[in-house]
Structure formats: structure tokens, C-alpha cells
Design a binder for this molecule. Structure first.
Ligand code: SAH
Length: 258
């Protein structure tokens, strides 16, 4: 059977880190005429109910099931919005959708798909902190649900060796309180104790909290699953703010001293 074009489509939409002002007009437009909304419960709850929109909220651990559900709805002619926090391509649903398409049928792959970007947590955190991502950086998810700890440890070592600024996503959860402690222990053995560290929690939300410290002083227990942890490079530094606080930034050129 040939893959007939179908009215249905899938839009994978980034909702940003929290506030409505950080949702792009493109994301809003992509949501406006969707018939079905799929995502992890807290993200789906951010979209107000309206006539003509069916909301399907699911638990976080079932990304592939969620993607397959979206494909089934789209094949039935629905306009399906899959929502993610932050950017949908950063540790989120867009990749899960492509996995489902990759392993799916010709009918699945005939569907129209579009990806609508959002502000990722590391960008929102960086804006609050100053400009820590001003030079080369990498992002590492500490979730070992989806990859073994050996892989995380190898990447951490390489990131430290390469002197990248590191943004940690998924630093801890109730099921995995240990990862962030293991990550800090490893980094402390590889980087200077004076390396700046920031814990940026719930950025853009009412319960936002920023903690600035150093690798030697950092308490890994400060991080929970709503926290983005930023580890500086050898160049990253603090400068004073007029209100007594501090900015964190990484200079644009490597090795330059003001
Ligand atoms: N797609 C998302 C990331 C999903 S992974 C994005 O691009 O941001 C979930 C992790 O993102 C959380 O464990 C946390 O580390 C980070 N995160 C998401 N929203 C955040 C926020 N408002 N403040 C700080 N970190 C956040």
C-alpha cells in the first residue's frame, strides 16, 4: 500500500522554561488550531483548555509511547501538538518523535512534521546569571535512565579536559539522587576548586532561585530536578553587580586577560 498524504500533522512545540512571555509567537500560532495536545502533564497543563482541543497528558517516562500515540492521532487526520518544556529538540520530545518515525511505517513517515523551537533552560539560566555561555560550552543530561553512568563519566572527563563550560540538565531526581554527587566528585578531581558554579532553579517561575558558588564549596544537594547547573571553564569569572550580587560570564576570547 502506498503512503497516501493525509490531513493530519504533527507539530513539536517548545514552551520555554516557564513564563508565557518566553513562548515564541510561532509556538503560539502552532498551538492555535491544533486539535490534540500531547505531553508530560505539567507542560500540557500550561495550555488553557479550549473547545476543539483534546488534551492527552501522560507521565514523563513514556516518551516513545507518547510519540507513537501522536502518530496514530495524526494518521486519523488530527493536528497534533506535542509540547515540551524549553526547546523540544534539547533532551525532549522531538528526538523521541523521530525515533518513532525511524522505526515506524511508510504511513507514519508520510505525515507532515514541523518543529517549533523554544528557549532552552540553559539559555534562560545563562541570561539570569550573566553570560556564562559566551565561549565554548556543552550540555550534558545527568539522567541515567536513558544511558549508562559510564557514558556520562566519559563525557564529563572529556568536557573537563576540553575546558568547556558545562550545563547539566536533569541533575537529580528522587529516583536518582546520587548522579549529581558522583558528577561533582569527578569534576572536583579534574578542575580547580575555584571554578565558578551556579545552580539556577525554576528560572522564570515564581519559585526561581539562583545560587552562585565554586566547585570547592558547592553542595550538590542544592540541585533538584528543576535546576540547571552551570560549571565554569577556567576562564569563567564573577564580576560585581551594583546591588551587591554578582554576574557570571565567560569572556569571548580564550586566554585574554583584561
Ligand atoms: N527541553 C528542555 C529540557 C528538558 S530536560 C529544555 O530545553 O530546557 C529537564 C531539565 O531541564 C530539568 O531537569 C532542568 O535541569 C532543566 N530545566 C527545565 N526548565 C527549567 C527551569 N525553568 N529552570 C532551570 N532548569 C530547568
Amino acid at each position: 500500500m502506498s503512503a497516501a498524504p493525509n490531513q493530519g500533522e504533527i507539530r513539536v512545540i517548545g514552551l520555554g522554561p516557564g513564563p508565557a512571555a518566553w513562548v515564541t509567537p510561532d509556538a503560539d500560532a502552532a498551538l492555535a488550531d491544533a486539535t490534540d495536545l500531547i505531553g508530560y502533564i505539567p507542560y500540557v497543563e500550561r495550555i488553557p483548555p479550549r473547545a476543539g482541543l483534546t488534551r492527552h497528558a501522560t507521565d514523563n517516562r513514556v516518551e516513545l509511547d507518547r510519540a507513537r500515540h501522536a502518530l496514530d492521532l495524526a494518521k486519523a487526520g488530527k493536528i497534533v501538538a506535542i509540547v515540551s518544556g524549553g526547546d523540544p529538540g534539547v533532551f525532549a520530545m522531538a528526538a523521541a518523535l523521530f525515533e518513532a518515525l525511524d522505526h515506524g511505517s511508510p504511513e507514519d513517515r508520510a505525515l507532515r512534521v514541523s518543529i517549533h523551537p523554544g528557549i532552552s533552560a540553559m539559555q534562560a539560566a545563562a541570561a539570569r546569571l550573566g553570560a556564562p555561555l559566551g565561549h565554548d560550552f556543552c550540555a550534558i543530561s545527568l539522567s541515567d535512565n536513558l544511558k549508562p553512568w559510564d557514558v556520562i563519566a566519559r563525557r564529563l572527563k572529556a568536557a573537563a579536559e576540553g575546558d568547556f563550560v558545562i550545563a547539566f540538565y536533569n541533575p537529580a531526581s528522587k529516583a536518582r539522587p546520587q548522579s549529581i554527587f558522583d558528577a561533582f566528585a569527578l569534576l572536583k578531581s579534574l578542575k580547580a576548586g575555584s571554578t565558578p558554579v551556579a545552580f539556577a532553579r525554576a528560572v522564570g517561575r515564581p519559585d526561581e532561585k539562583i545560587v552562585l558558588t565554586t566547585l570547592a564549596e558547592a553542595d550538590p544537594a542544592t540541585a533538584d530536578m528543576a535546576t540547571l547547573v552551570m560549571i565554569g571553564s577556567s576562564e569563567t569569572r564573577f564580576i560585581d553587580k551594583p546591588d551587591g550580587g554578582r554576574w557570571l560570564y565567560t569572556p569571548r576570547s580564550y586566554g585574554a586577560r583584561p
